[in-house]
Write a protein that binds this ligand. Structure first.
Ligand SMILES: [Zn+2]
Length: 273
């Protein structure tokens, strides 16, 4: 059973809900660490002969086209993560459409291939922003990976495994974040802070159990999680914890997962070629 391996390609200062993230006119002032951090991720993938989907920020692609070409040349899928890393509930339908068109244009012109995958910044699809799926499909996006079946991050009513959703422009596939049932709630454990907190053996055994039940899982990392020396942004206590806690554990856990779990890009796991 293949599982989806995903990398949200953004730099250390792209943190949702902060003034730094909102003020994108100031981004050029920040040190770019994305290439060297992504090189670390690529080295792990190469060592374990694994391929992934990179959800690329349009802003990064425009600044670092060579980085995107390099990732593609290693056989990874290039998909999009929005242009300015804004959460969907901060955008109108038409500003979202502009952001998507711009992202697809930039990334597609670098790879010379159609872009078919999307992930919303901070998994921000809610029932109030489901119009995003219509806009994505309208512009040729065939799958989304932004829905989280949880009360706090997404919507509790969202489905827990890959499925299709109808839009006026045709069906779009959804690959939600993998979660597990714990008592009456579900919890994420395959990316971000939960991956850094959960013991490695626990993550592997849960993923294997999901696979044994016939479902693929989904893992995600960010290049900045491989950079313990990154400059610190002033954040609220909870956001600071979410962003930096146990950051040094990402690399060894990621490597362990690559050793023991079968991975492929999202488009292949979904049978989209
Ligand atoms: Zn992101």
């Amino acid at each position: 059973m293949q599982n989806a391996l995903t990398v949200d390609l953004e730099d250390w200062y792209h943190i949702c809900g902060t003034a730094d993230n909102a003020a994108h006119h100031r981004w050029p002032e920040y040190e770019s660490r994305v290439t060297r951090n992504t090189d670390k991720v690529l080295a792990f993938l190469k060592r374990h002969d694994a391929r992934a989907t990179f959800f690329v920020l349009g802003y990064i692609a425009e600044k670092e086209p060579g980085l995107i070409k390099n990732i593609r040349s290693h056989g990874h899928e290039i998909a999009i993560h929005g242009y300015y890393h804004q959460r969907l509930f901060e955008l109108t339908r038409s500003s979202f459409e502009d952001d998507i068109k711009r992202s697809i244009d930039v990334v597609g012109s670098i790879t010379g291939e159609p872009v078919i995958g999307y992930r919303a910044p901070e998994w921000s699809i809610r029932s109030s922003t489901l119009w995003a799926l219509d806009v994505l499909r309208k512009h040729g996006i065939l799958y989304d990976s932004s829905m989280v079946p949880l009360t706090r991050m997404g919507e509790r009513s969202f489905q827990t495994s890959p499925h299709s959703i109808k839009t006026p422009y045709g069906e779009i596939r959804e690959f939600p974040l993998t979660t597990m049932r714990v008592l009456w709630e579900r919890l994420p454990f395959t990316g971000g802070l939960p991956l850094r907190i959960a013991p490695y053996w626990y993550i592997v055994s849960k993923l294997k159990r999901i696979n044994a039940a016939g479902e693929p899982g989904l893992v995600y990392v960010h290049p900045w999680e491989f950079d313990a020396e990154q400059p610190r942004i002033e954040l609220s206590l909870s956001r600071r914890f979410m962003h930096y806690f146990n950051i040094r554990s990402t690399a060894p856990k990621f490597e362990g997962l690559l050793k023991h779990i079968n991975f492929a890009p999202v488009r292949e796991v979904l049978g989209l070629g």
